[in-house]
Design a protein around this ligand. Structure first.
Ligand code: SF4
Ligand code: SF4
Length: 182
């Protein structure tokens, strides 16, 4: 209860006992906000450093960089063994193709990107006439390569396949000379 002097008026200078609860009520939310603010800064900094961990490590260890500086390194660039480019038909040691025109790859292709056109040799034996491959519809799934029992086709390593001429994407693979390395 507030003290009243002998003249019946309220004292001007209130005691610390009465004002303390008001001060405490004001300071509590402030302290809470500061704590939350500090917590957010700490959490944000920790999250940033976690996200930048690889970047910082790579910056401090340049030799660990795996990014290829293409096209500057075009001449020395080596693709990984598992990379799949377009289908190619390599030559064997005798300079011949292993393909026997069995058409298993054609049957395995899910979207008709391969047409095997057989022919016959002088002895009447079936041999490969034309191996037509459509790069524009090929999805690089390699099912044809897996289906081939003679290791006659493979997925190449060439990745610069863009062209302005759609017709050039229909290829005859059984050729000694051509666009694709074999
Ligand atoms: S890689 Fe796939 S889509 Fe392309 S020719 Fe072979 S089977 Fe067909
Ligand atoms: S590439 Fe292989 S699967 Fe396809 S026709 Fe030739 S031998 Fe048969």
């Amino acid at each position: 209860m507030t003290e009243v002097d002998k003249h019946g008026s309220r004292p001007q200078n209130l005691g610390a006992f009465e004002r303390e609860p008001e001060k405490q009520d004001e300071e509590k939310p402030k302290q809470g906000m500061i704590a939350r603010y500090c917590s957010l800064i700490f959490g944000g900094t920790k999250s940033l450093l976690t996200g930048m961990k690889v970047t910082i490590f790579t910056f401090l260890n340049p030799k660990s960089t795996v990014t290829q500086q293409y096209p500057e390194n075009k001449d020395t660039l080596e693709m990984k063994e598992r990379f799949r480019g377009q289908v190619i038909m390599p030559h064997n040691e005798d300079g011949e193709h292993n393909c026997t025109a069995c058409t298993l790859c054609e049957k395995a292709c899910p979207n008709g990107s391969i047409n095997v056109l057989p022919t016959k040799n002088i002895a009447g034996k079936k041999i490969l006439g034309k191996y037509i491959y459509r790069l524009d519809t090929c999805t690089i799934c390699a099912l044809c390569v897996e289906a081939c029992p003679f290791d006659a086709i493979r997925m190449g390593q060439d990745f610069e396949l863009a062209t302005l001429n759609k017709d050039s994407l229909e290829l005859v693979l059984n050729k000694k000379e051509g666009r694709w390395k074999s």
